[in-house]
Design a protein around this ligand. Sequence first.
Ligand code: PAF
Length: 310
Amino acid sequence: MGREPEIITSKDKMRRWSRAMRAQGKAIGLVPTMGYLHKGHLALVNEVRQHAQLIVVSIYVNPGQFSTSEDLSTYPSDFNGDLQKLMSVPGGVDVVFNPHDLYDYGSWRGTEGMEKKEDVGEVSCLEEKGGGHETWVRVEKLEKGLCGKSRPLFFRGVATVVSKLFNIVEPDVAVFGKKDYQQWRIIRRMVRDLDFAVKVIGSDIVREDDGLAMSSRNVYLSPEERQKALTINRSLSKAKHAAEEGQINCKILQDSVILAIEEAGGKVDYAEIVDQETLEAVEEIKAPVVICIAAWFGKARLIDNIEINA
Ligand code: PAF
């Protein structure tokens, strides 16, 4: 077992630590997570080590990216298990930043008795909870398609919490998994548009031996559903192969993916071939694209993708 990371829970202490380290000329790498770590997260830690001397892993389940219809309270967590996993990584990590409430502004007293309103459409868990937070970061076009269609407030919550983490940790580099392709593109665009002094790196998808993309949500799959969910990766690989063999018609490729998943008992939320940068749908593959998919198997909504560098 490797060295124990320092656990920091306060925003001020985190910022003081980072500033002290930077004054010593050390580059800081951040891996933002919501905990319940798996090998995919550990690969992000290994990636960030290539770019920074010190590593901060944040563990924070962000209420701002859950809508009230999604279950924030049952999101899986295992803080001690996470620490063990981080200690098992060669070289370990320096700090685990585990804020108890990033949206706690101390003196705010206007939330007592605040009730969830039924008639205001999509509301995030954070708004339901109150607290007076009202500033959001939106990456207006990139957040709309793909996962943004069924989760309209999700990327607003992600971009906002990542901005907060960048402002508190002040990292030089941050690594995001490319399994969450849209999230990764959104963070890169936000960093460019708002001039954050952070280099954002995308890390390749880490898969189980049988091809299933690693995800904290895989725990929701029964053994039978897990087997069936393998069609996601298989159908994506097949479509990529077909594209490389000359099938450039996106509708044909998308339909083949949808059919395979539905035949296996999955429910497709979307299967789209989009431009790698703009995430806009394309009809024919003529430039680098990515096939993005979200599908339900039982209670688990799984996402996956595959890049085609035409
Ligand atoms: O990918 C995730 O786990 C989350 O969306 C992130 C980036 C940690 C923000 O809460």
